[in-house]
Design a protein around this ligand. Sequence first.
Ligand code: FES
Ligand SMILES: [Fe+2]
Length: 340
Amino acid sequence: MLPVELYRGDESLRNDRTAVLRRTWQFLGHETQLPAAGDYLADVVGGAPVVVVRKADGELAAFHNVCRHRAGALVADGTGNCGEAFTCRYHGWRYALDGRLRNAVDFGASAGFDPRQYGLFPIRVEAWRGLLFVNLELSAEALASLMAPLAARWAEGQAAFPLVETRTHRIGCNWKTYVENYLEGYHLPMVHPEFDQDIVVADYRTEIEGDVVFAAAPPRDRSVYGGLWGWLWPNLGINVYRHGYMMERMTAVGPAETRLDYFYFFDPARTAELSQMLAVSDLVTAQDLQVCEEVQRNLEAGVYRGGVLSPKHETGVAWFQERIATAHDLPRPPKLAAVS
Ligand code: FES
Ligand SMILES: [Fe+2]
């Protein structure tokens, strides 16, 4: 297990943002949310506001959503159209959609001020099967290498389903507490007893390939699930349904607060299956929320110093903890903690 201190306190969140969340591909949304030139999508990644924009040539560009004058925001979070240029919301500096400062509006004569030195801070943006990701680390490996194991297992046609619904949930736990819960099926019989009607829980298996953890279980006849779950390092789930799929982004908003953003892509003709799937999804989330908040309360209480991981069910959790330890230059966590 990891040191309990990694699951609580402001310092742990700061360190996770620096060492993990700002150096990895972070899911932002879907290309179809930005169809026209000037369309943008702004969000916060690893605590850093970012914006993706469609340029006039049809390509995407992405920047930190921060003005070089006095750190104003270029656009509000969410989607919109900024026309041919970003106009800072604070004093109105204008930036071309490729990031160059075009006009420091009414700034006044200033010797030595060179607008070419004040372009927006770029970040990486790439799309995979229409799914948009950004990375604050400019030298990051291409998104395609992260997605390669998923590409091999997930039918390409599945990605054609349109985005039909988004939902947000807040959970009072550290993001890693939630991720670890997502990475094991050990809790299914206790926490989600209904699951066994949908999938054969006894045959639930976890496999790790590259930076992707897969879970698979045979679906039963009337299951809403397609029997495949994927999870991409460090904080993105993908649930495959019979008639669609869902991207589940797990955002650390505080040391003990995680926001889950669910993006549902589904066959719009299947309205009955869609509402059945949403009802199952809401129920599962409420059940996970309860256990994760109870775990977090105990991680904060101090008596628990570390436990043991099941070699049969918790290989995904062990893998995740090793990755976190490596990112923080900590020794690899022992899988069996000494009990003193
Ligand atoms: S902070 Fe953007 S124009 Fe002043
Ligand atoms: Fe669960």
